[in-house]
Design a protein around this ligand. Structure first.
Ligand code: FES
Ligand code: FE2
Length: 385
């Protein structure tokens, strides 16, 4: 975080304290509830998700040549594997013979992947190594039968894929102005502390919604995080399709009284939570000294989703002496989001199916939701026209 930007944020937050307000949209926004439940719309969203860079894991998971993990979250089964030169490849986990899944393991280290069906084998760069009984395939050129690749890039410590063969990936362009801000925390030097994959009975967008307004803090989170965070005073800024919502901790009250002179930038940022919404399906939260990353994927039906949660910490805070600290942090994180936010989201999902309410309303104080859902709609329409 640049000091000049932090000072600007602090001035803005100060104005909201004086007005007893928060960042406001010009008017309420009305939104079709069917975007959470309609199968045709969900299919269009899934197509849209194949056209943008998506986080599938953390770079620190793949340490040495041959280290790999498999991933199905994007809807395209992938093997992401570290190469001899240190780069990554994202190989489609579908055999070029008759389509069996080549690798069934979640992770490991391999130089060769052997398909279980007829034992075609592929090198870790995806090229075809060997066909048993090659005389049965006299007209087949091995170089045309490597595993299909999709574009992959490592940036800010994350592994991003664009799950369409032949497409071009450019994560910096995708992040725009947020690229430098995320880098400023030292993200690329951090490590994965822990990760979970959660399958939930709700639409994937609810995961993002939960991080886009603080209006619900005083009621829904009265006993969990409301004692630590204000339910207003929050700046929201749009950066193209991405956005940033800032949660203001109650600790900032004292800082505001005493003034910020002489307080270092890193120390000052601890008074806020920075929620970066990275279009379309990730929220990266800077929480004082570490990142939490939520990436949400549509499930098979509009009322299901798969969520990857990652806790990312500086190397200096990794290791067994920090385990109890991160255990506690994880418990609060999952406790608040899963037990409180998602419990409500699942109840909304059920009532949306009852179709009693075809429109939902985003208030002026829910400007982040207005922006996010507007951008999803625009991109889905652009991608499917
Ligand atoms: S499907 Fe993979 S070897 Fe036949
Ligand atoms: Fe919440």
């Amino acid at each position: 975080m640049q000091r000049v930007e932090l000072d600007r944020i602090i001035r803005e937050v100060g104005e909201y304290y004086e007005q007893d307000s928060t960042k406001l949209a010009p008017a309420e926004g009305f939104h079709a509830a069917s975007s959470y439940a309609n199968g045709d719309w969900a299919a269009k969203e899934r197509r849209m998700l194949r056209r943008v860079p998506i986080i599938v894991g953390h770079s620190s998971k793949l340490k040495e040549p041959g280290s790999f993990f498999t991933d199905d979250t994007t809807g395209v089964p992938l093997i992401v594997v570290r190469q001899n030169d240190g780069s990554l490849r994202a190989l489609v986990n579908v055999c070029r013979h008759r389509g069996a899944r080549v690798c069934a393991e979640a992770e490991g280290t391999r130089r060769v992947f052997v398909c279980p069906y007829h034992a075609w084998s592929f090198r870790s760069d995806g090229s075809l190594l060997k066909i048993p009984r090659p005389e049965a395939f006299p007209n087949l050129d091995a170089k045309d039968y490597g595993l299909t690749e999709v574009p992959v890039e490592e940036r800010h410590g994350f592994i991003w894929v664009l799950p369409t063969p032949g497409a071009t990936i450019d994560v910096a362009a995708h992040l725009g102005a947020l690229d430098a801000e995320i880098a400023s925390y030292g993200a690329s030097e951090m490590v994965l502390e822990r990760e979970a994959i959660l399958t939930e009975n709700m639409n994937w967008k609810f995961v993002i919604d939960g991080f886009l307004e603080v209006y619900h803090f005083a009621s829904l989170h009265a006993k969990s995080i409301s004692p630590y965070f204000h339910g207003r005073y929050s700046p929201y800024d749009a950066y193209g399709r991405n956005g940033r919502l800032i949660g203001v901790r109650r600790s900032f009250d004292a800082v505001r009284e005493s003034g910020t002179d002489g307080i270092e930038t890193a120390e000052l940022t601890k008074n806020f939570a920075f929620n970066y919404v990275i279009f379309p399906n990730t929220v990266l939260v800077w929480q004082a000294d570490h990142f939490e990353c939520w990436t949400s994927f549509p499930g098979e039906t509009p009322d299901k989703c798969v969520v990857r949660v990652q806790s990312i910490t500086p190397k200096s805070m990794a290791g067994p002496q920090f385990t109890s600290r991160w255990d506690k942090n994880w418990k609060i994180l999952i406790g608040t989001v899963v037990s409180e936010d998602w419990a409500v989201s699942k109840s909304i999902q059920q009532s949306i199916h009852a179709a009693t309410n075809d429109t939902i309303v985003f208030g002026r104080n829910e400007i982040g939701l207005q922006h996010f859902h507007g951008e999803i709609r625009k991109e889905v329409e652009r991608a499917t026209n």
